[in-house]
Design a protein around this ligand. Structure first.
Ligand SMILES: *[C@@H]1O[C@H](CO)[C@@H](O)[C@H](O)[C@H]1NC(C)=O
Ligand SMILES: *[C@@H]1O[C@H](CO)[C@@H](O)[C@H](O)[C@H]1NC(C)=O
Ligand SMILES: *[C@@H]1O[C@H](CO)[C@@H](O)[C@H](O)[C@H]1NC(C)=O
Length: 485
């Protein structure tokens, strides 16, 4: 009896374990993109603590930044390392360059006590239409070379290679009609065959915000997950949100190439909070929370019922105030945290915490700001304003931004302060020919935050210079620019 009972118990518990395990195995992993194009960088250990405190177990990096990788060592956090597009050509054309990339940027960080490396992304959206094909021919040879270099370094079985694609790689008016862009057909055929052979997923970046931003006819509610008054009917299937519609367009495109079952990972997805009319806290929260709840419900999409994306990486972790604003002023405001690790809104990542936890032990510069001197005539300020906003971030001043209505004087103060903070409060950087003035009273107005920089990371301004030198060289550029105007 006892034997049977025990056997039965163990069979039942085995079944329970299998059920639980398959449940865990199929649910989507929630990760984040950790970009570092910022003039006010938190130290990598502060960021890694932020990830840990928020139970974020997957992170995607755009390059092999040594500081970030060192801080991730021994944490168990699953890491994706990106190879930037401009390295594709050298890596594609030389196995030595590929070996060197792996040796310098991968081998030294893996192994016992190292990083938990899951993926290497070869290029970042290399097929983007606006690149006009300039990286296209390097992708397959770069993949092959990196694969061989990894095998030589005995890392072959450890890492999966992926190629994050922008959703502009495929097109269609209806999800079921999705196909890859005709000029990409050949390369996509090769790419998906390669991915399939290596057990890699297809990685895609999906941005309903950009559809809304770029198209005034796009139905607002279709971008979110609360149901839509403009659902898209596609034969027997009805789509209530842009994300599912886009995702199934990709599923169709993959099916046409014979890989309808290929796993999909969302490399980037998110919503910005500032710098454009549709970019605000309420919308970002609604989108990100809606998305997380949607994928964690495991409902999947009409073409893949019950199979949500394998992983999603939110874009992004932190605001990056030094990104190019060419795509729009919202570009510097994608973070679920501000540049200094403060949660922007209530978000439940579904990883245990109900709310985001803020970064600990952030070291700020002293509480002081640079503003326009109220007793001075500001008529000669135009050049100063322009240069300050070229060097530092003024994106919130524009239409749709949180600082758009603070008036002319407010604008000038904001620009002065942004510049003053990126020079790490170098006192000369608040001169502006006597038009600037340092204040100890926070000049923030309503939603418009006048920031105080962080002292943490000395590589902030780049060029390998330390802060003092970087501040100094900015001032020299400044002086020359003012002189030439
Ligand atoms: C990676 O390796 C290459 C050498 O092939 C090097 O030029 C590059 O700076 C390294 N670091 C990063 C962040 O890519
Ligand atoms: C926030 O953005 C959404 C659309 O993205 C818009 O409908 C809403 O009006 C905006 N809210 C504010 C307060 O601007
Ligand atoms: C403040 O600056 C922004 C960006 O340059 C501009 O769009 C806005 O009109 C300015 N506001 C005033 C009152 O001049």
């Amino acid at each position: 009896m006892a034997f049977y009972k025990n056997a039965c118990t163990s069979i039942v518990s085995t079944i329970i374990i299998i059920v639980i395990w398959s449940k865990v195995a199929e649910s989507t992993g929630i990760g984040v993109n950790w970009g570092t194009i910022s003039s006010h960088r938190l130290s990598p250990t502060t960021v890694v603590d932020l990830l840990k405190d928020n139970n974020i177990k997957k992170v995607k990096l755009f390059d092999a930044d040594p500081g970030s990788l060192k801080a991730l060592m021994g944490t168990g956090i699953e890491v994706l390392i990106g190879i930037p597009n401009d390295l594709l050509e050298p890596i594609a054309s030389s196995t030595a360059a590929s070996d060197l990339w792996v040796a310098r940027n991968v081998s030294r960080y893996v192994g016992k006590g190292g990083i938990n490396l899951k993926y290497i992304a070869v290029g970042n959206e290399p097929f983007l239409s606006s690149y006009s094909g300039q990286f296209q021919s390097y992708v397959m040879p770069a993949l092959t070379n990196i694969q061989q270099s990894l095998a030589k370094a005995n890392l072959g079985g450890l890492v999966k290679l992926v190629v994050p694609c922008n959703a502009d790689a495929y097109e269609s008016t209806l999800p079921s009609q999705g196909t890859f862009r005709s000029e990409l057909m050949q390369i996509m055929t090769q790419l998906v065959a390669f991915l399939n052979t290596n057990g890699s997923p297809f990685m895609v970046n999906i941005y309903p915000f950009l559809s809304l931003y770029g198209n005034s006819d796009f139905p607002q509610d279709y971008a979110f997950f609360e149901g839509s008054t403009h659902p898209v009917t596609d034969g027997p299937n009805v789509y209530y949100n842009a994300f599912d519609g886009n995702y199934d367009t990709l599923v169709s495109a993959l099916s046409k190439l014979g890989y309808g079952q290929m796993p999909i990972v969302i490399g980037e997805v998110g919503w910005p909070t500032d710098g454009a009319p549709g970019a605000n806290l309420t919308a970002a929260r609604a989108f990100n929370q809606g998305l997380i709840n949607h994928v964690l419900r495991n409902t999947g999409t009409p073409l893949r019922p019950g199979i949500p994306p394998m992983d999603i990486y939110l874009f992004g972790l932190l605001d990056e105030g030094a990104k190019s604003v060419l795509p729009g002023n919202f570009e510097r405001h994608w973070g679920i945290f501000s540049f200094d690790g403060q949660p922007k809104y209530a978000l439940n990542l579904g990883q245990g915490n109900k709310l985001l936890k803020e970064a600990r032990n952030v070291r700020y510069l002293p509480s002081r700001w640079c503003v326009a001197n109220p007793s001075r005539d500001l008529s000669g300020v135009a050049n100063h304003f322009k240069l300050a906003c070229t060097m530092a971030d003024c994106s919130t001043l524009n239409y749709g931004g949180s600082c758009n209505d603070i008036g002319v004087k407010g604008n000038i103060s904001y620009a002065f302060n942004s510049f003053y903070q990126i020079t790490k409060q170098n006192s000369q950087s608040c001169e502006f020919d006597g038009l600037g003035m340092i204040t100890f009273l926070d000049p923030s107005i309503g939603e418009c935050r006048f920031l105080v920089g962080v002292t943490e990371y000395s590589k902030s301004i780049g060029c390998g210079l330390d802060d003092r030198w970087a501040g100094g060289s900015l001032l020299i550029i400044w002086a020359v620019w003012i002189f030439m105007n």
